[in-house]
Design a protein around this ligand. Structure first.
Ligand SMILES: Cc1cc2nc3c(=O)[nH]c(=O)nc-3n(C[C@H](O)[C@H](O)[C@H](O)COP(=O)(O)OP(=O)(O)OC[C@H]3O[C@@H](n4cnc5c(N)ncnc54)[C@H](O)[C@@H]3O)c2cc1C
Length: 381
């Protein structure tokens, strides 16, 4: 029988959610006497992703920002709008900068131990949760796990789409980018019965991250994403171009009930805990908000499975995804209607789950009401 080592808190997975939680706990005097174990399998020394989010005014990541923009563009065949993001700014972080900064802070914290190891099982047992790793067993009354799982793919109650993409950071011969304006969604490309768009983060007139993105059920062969980026650059008359960096990802978009896997002593966090905004795939900013809520909740010393509460926004996401999954080739039209009929500030506030019911009604009335009513009836009957 292997010896178990006890900690007050164990955080499994040191990606965005794990390190944000550890940072918040180590900064909060209430937890000064808590021993914290962070278990991460990877060295976190690669720039494996780019995190973008919109935010009003200044924020906690400003010192680490790589870029920020004050204007954005939405385009489709029928409608194009170029708008000020005010009062928001669209901010970009390089994953590696976040990992480097937060791991350096965590390594200095007296009450945190970092274990580079692979978690092999999480076993809730009575008053504790036992974490099995390749280095031994660890036990705590408060275990948080952001380790990805695929349980949402093993059900049919909630459709599962993916936000999947390949991005190339390119340097082009011709100055084709407007460095002041993020291209949030450019649907002016073949949809092939899916929701397909280009997302462009411009740095200079000749340098940008160009990402071919789909909201759909099935991933594509890599060559298909790459061909679409090449075609786009050709269409924009980029001339010759050089690929500086590549990014690839797939983020689940589902209203699946992730919270059902939580236990009194085990809470799933980050994407594994359903913290990804189901209708967009955005996770980073929501994780910041959820971590703040979680730290306040932990002070009340309640069972961890009481943390998650479903809001009306969960229900809106559910209906939106039901419609988007059923009419995947019409995503282009849905987003066009949303941007045509609403001020961008209202859209961003809605996606941040910060709108009033009246504003939500206005957003909903932008969409083809019949499809949403049928989706609603299918859910409640
Ligand atoms: C390429 C890419 C770009 C993205 N861009 C954005 C964006 O611009 N804006 C946005 O809001 N969201 C974005 N997302 C979505 C989301 O913000 C990220 O996926 C985010 O990293 C999720 O945080 P997380 O902590 O849930 O997962 P992760 O950051 O993936 O962290 C999970 C951690 O668990 C570790 N791990 C896995 N298995 C084990 C194991 N068995 N034992 C120990 N450790 C383990 C992993 O190494 C990893 O460090 C992006 C996602 C990807 C993939």
């Amino acid at each position: 029988m292997k010896k178990e080592t006890n900690f007050d808190v164990i955080v499994c997975g040191g990606g965005a959610a794990g390190i944000m939680l550890c940072q918040a706990l180590t900064k909060e005097p209430f937890f000064d006497q808590c021993s914290i174990l962070l278990i991460e399998a990877d060295n976190k020394n690669q720039n494996d992703r780019t995190w973008c989010f919109w935010e009003e005014g200044e924020g906690q990541w400003d010192d680490l920002l790589d870029q920020q923009w004050e204007r954005a563009q939405f385009s489709s065949k029928e409608f194009k709008t170029d708008f000020s993001l005010s009062p928001y700014r669209y901010k970009k972080l390089r994953g590696i900068d976040v990992y480097t900064s937060l791991y350096a802070q965590l390594e200095k914290a007296d009450n945190l131990t970092l274990l580079r190891s692979k978690v092999t099982a999480l076993n809730p047992e009575g008053e504790f949760c036992v974490v099995e790793t390749t280095n031994g067993l660890y036990r705590s009354k408060r275990v948080f796990s952001s380790i990805p799982h695929q349980r949402f793919t093993q059900q049919s109650k909630y459709p599962v789409l993916q936000q999947h993409f390949v991005g190339w950071e390119v340097e082009t011969e011709n100055p084709i980018f407007d460095p002041k304006t993020v291209v949030f969604m450019d649907f002016d490309l073949p949809q092939k019965n899916n929701t397909r768009f280009m997302y462009v983060l411009p740095y200079t007139p000749q340098k940008a991250l160009v990402e071919y993105t789909l909201f759909s059920a099935d991933l594509l062969p890599t060559a298909e994403y790459e061909q679409a980026i090449t075609d786009y650059l050709l269409q924009k008359k980029a001339g010759k171009f050089k690929i500086v960096e590549k990014e690839q990802g797939s983020i689940p978009m589902t209203a699946y009930d992730f919270a059902q896997h939580n236990r009194p002593h085990l809470l799933h966090i980050g994407t594994a805990g359903g913290w990804t905004k189901a209708s967009t795939g955005f996770t980073f900013k929501k994780t910041e908000r959820k971590v703040a809520e979680l730290v306040a909740f932990l002070k009340k010393e309640q069972p961890l499975n009481r943390f998650e509460r479903k809001s009306k926004f969960h229900f809106y996401d559910l209906l939106f995804l039901d419609v988007l999954a059923k009419y995947n080739g019409d995503g282009n039209r849905l987003f066009t209607l949303m941007f045509r009929r609403n001020h961008p500030k209202r859209i961003f506030a809605f996606l941040d789950e910060q709108t009033s019911f009246f504003q939500e009604v206005l957003i909903m009335l932008s969409f083809p009401v019949g499809r949403f009513v049928r989706a609603l009836l299918r859910r409640i009957l």
